[in-house]
Design a protein around this ligand. Structure first.
Ligand code: AMP
Ligand code: ZN
Length: 459
């Protein structure tokens, strides 16, 4: 069976045909590093990790290049740096914020079982590429300098019409309607009210670089140009897959396409545009003011990363997710079972019943349903779970982590079990039942067999 992917641009599921099967290329917009990532940010990380693994499985590990950027120049970073390190020069404070947040992001996504991308470029290391794209856009008549800014003109793009995509095609909007609906208080240096910033002057103390377009004052890039530059540098002018959350389709991705296609005079930037749906918490939009804003870091205090991963993958990536405690508890139980059955066996090939739904536009809910059907085939279950990024630990490690997290003292449990065994031997069933109930109250489930009594934490 072939891989089929849904493309936001053409609004259809199409067979995936790489430009070069020896070098399959995917770009995903990464985090802006100014604070702990929230559980919504984990969604693109996990979804595109599954796709990365599936592509590696299909084309070979050496033949897939996955780029996920780190946005380390942004107003939110500057604000945070000034607030957290008021005594430091802003540039130093910014470095501290981006390093600390970047490290935290890596710790979080490693725990979620996400492979590191092939390249994780930082925006501040690609200013040269940004300037070059900007110069090309000015030379082509798509961008202009005004009051130390450089602006991109979507109207110039649509007027040129020379083998370029239409501005608005990706997000399914009409430029005329955007122009009619634009705010009236548009910045005075903009020629058109839908023109967007490629480069802008830095305020005093902010990070700044030599400007393009003959602008004397130093400046800094706009957000959209960063991704065009990093994708170009690491994947070329035209590549296979570009991904991110659905909120990025407009304006971020629409503007990336405009910049890249106009700079390199081409019809497409990526052949497949993939967008994950949004995550909400207990049926509400996640927000700091509602108090339901949860970071990955906080969740990892209570749950193994693989539980968060499974919980995410139970919903198809294009559908919205309602993140609930109840569903997390079910995911934890499922993984306990899979660890018991499959973690310590030699993995076999992933089962066709699991791989086929994945090839159909990453249908993870169907793949997970198939995993439930593999309980009797431990080797196939193990291989399939590993393909999806599970079973990073042995069954014993998994169980002992659970015991630690539960706060149950294993020595105390063993002692009570020995007492209960002794009570049973003297046929004191009232005492043995009392001890069993006591253990149950501690969250410990016991199982008697001919080989003795085993126990585990009952979730
Ligand atoms: P940001 O740091 O806000 O640019 O977001 C990083 C990534 O997380 C982007 O791909 C966003 O689309 C995605 N994202 C942010 N919030 C959510 C959410 N609640 N649900 C799903 N994806 C999200
Ligand atoms: Zn981006």
């Amino acid at each position: 069976m072939e891989l089929r992917l849904y493309d936001t641009l053409t609004k259809e599921k199409r067979p995936f045909v790489p430009l070069d099967a020896k070098n399959v290329r995917m770009y995903v917009c990464g985090p802006t590093v100014y604070d702990f990532a929230h559980i919504g940010n984990a969604r693109p990380v996990i979804v595109f990790d599954v796709l990365f693994r599936l592509l590696r499985h299909t084309y070979g590990e050496a033949h897939v290049k996955y780029v996920r950027n780190i946005t380390d120049v942004d107003d939110k970073i500057n604000d945070r740096a000034a607030r957290d390190f008021p005594g430091l020069p802003l540039n130093e404070a910014i470095r501290k914020v981006t390093e600390q947040t970047g490290r935290q992001f890596h710790a979080d996504v490693d725990a979620l079982g996400a492979l590191r991308p092939s390249v994780e470029p930082r925006a501040t290391e690609h200013i040269g590429e940004m300037r070059e794209i900007i110069e090309r856009l000015i030379a082509g008549g798509f961008a202009y300098a005004a009051e130390d800014h450089v602006l991109f003109s979507p109207q110039a793009m649509n007027a040129a019409n020379a083998g370029l995509p239409r501005y608005g095609a990706l997000s399914n909007r009409s430029l005329d309607e955007m122009i009619a609906g634009a705010r009236v208080d548009v910045a005075p240096y903009k020629k058109g009210n839908t023109d967007f910033v490629l480069w802008k002057p830095s305020k005093p103390g902010e990070p700044s670089w030599p400007s393009p377009a003959g602008i004397k004052a130093e400046g800094r890039p706009g957000w959209h140009i960063e991704c065009s530059a990093m994708a170009w540098k690491h994947l070329g002018e035209h590549f296979d897959i570009h991904g991110g959350g659905i909120d990025l389709v407009f304006p971020h991705h629409e503007n990336e396409v405009a910049q890249t296609c106009c700079a390199f005079h081409q019809q497409r930037m990526a052949n497949y545009w993939m967008h994950n749906g949004f995550l909400q918490v207990e049926s509400e939009k996640m927000s700091k003011s509602l108090g339901n804003f949860i970071t990955i870091h906080e969740l990892l205090q209570d749950w193994p990363g693989e539980v968060l991963r499974l919980n995410m993958l139970k919903t198809h990536y294009r559908s919205p997710i309602d993140w609930t405690m109840k569903s997390l508890e079910e995911s934890a139980k499922t993984l306990d079972d899979w660890y018991r059955v499959a973690a310590d066996v030699v993995p076999g090939e992933p089962a066709a019943s699991v791989v086929e739904p994945l090839l159909d536009d990453l249908n993870t809910p169907l793949a997970i349903a198939a995993l439930h059907g593999l309980r009797g085939e431990a080797a196939a279950l193990s291989g399939s779970l590993r393909l999806l990024g599970f079973l990073s630990e042995s069954a014993a490690q998994w169980e002992s982590r659970k015991q630690q997290a539960s706060g149950v003292d294993a020595g105390e449990v063993e002692r009570l079990i020995a007492e209960r065994t002794a009570a049973r031997a003297r046929k004191d069933f009232r005492e043995s039942d009392r001890i069993r109930d006591l253990l149950a109250g501690m969250g410990v489930a016991i199982k008697d067999s001919k080989d003795g009594t085993t126990w585990e934490i009952a979730r």
